[in-house]
Write a protein that binds this ligand. Structure first.
Ligand SMILES: [Ca+2]
Length: 184
């Protein structure tokens, strides 16, 4: 009985410190899309608060995307220290997504976030594609010398707003648990 209590307490402590360390507010979509920007780059794309299939908590982000479509969701902005290292992690699952085109992209900002295409410096996480179960996409990134803030964009298809990758038809991608933490 004592052992069970100790294990439970340890579990609670580690999940609390994880929540405090995450620089991204609402990275797990537990408050819906609060603080997030969603954008249809190539339509149609539907952004849904998914309650049925989650990585943790009660909500994930579901993007239902048409043939050759592309949608992005940008996280709330957070402050960074120039030269500091950060670990980025997000979980994704998909069906029929283009190969290597599901990932997260960090944009660094010298001030308040603006139009992403104006930013020269960006960093991507590892990539996934096709049909796959919950998979962690990660990167360890370093804030540039002039960086003050950052955002993380969850991507579903292609590098630019002009060119996108052909898909075999409609596809869907779910994201959950975006966490950005300073590397100690
Ligand atoms: Ca969640």
């Amino acid at each position: 009985m004592r052992l069970v209590t100790a294990v439970l307490t340890l579990g609670m402590i580690s999940s609390v410190s994880l929540a405090q360390d995450n620089l991204v507010a609402n990275g797990g979509f537990e408050n819906g899309f609060e603080g997030w920007l969603t954008d249809v780059i190539v339509g149609p794309v539907e952004f849904l608060e998914c309650k049925q299939v989650v990585h943790s908590g009660e909500t994930s982000l579901l993007m239902e995307i048409g043939d050759d479509g592309r949608g992005i969701a940008r996280s709330p902005a957070f402050e960074v220290e120039p030269g500091e290292q950060y670990r980025v992690s997000v979980w994704a699952t998909a069906e029929g997504a283009p190969e290597g085109m599901v990932y997260a992209r960090v944009h660094w900002w010298a001030g308040p976030p603006g139009v992403a295409s104006e930013e020269r410096i960006k960093d991507d996480t590892s990539r996934a594609g096709g049909t796959f179960g919950w998979t962690e996409l990660t990167a360890t990134v370093t804030a540039p010398a002039d960086a003050q803030m950052a955002t993380v964009r969850l991507e579903t298809n292609g590098d630019t707003g002009v060119l996108n990758t052909e898909t075999d038809g409609e596809f869907w991608v779910r994201f959950d648990d975006l966490v950005v933490q300073p590397v100690e």
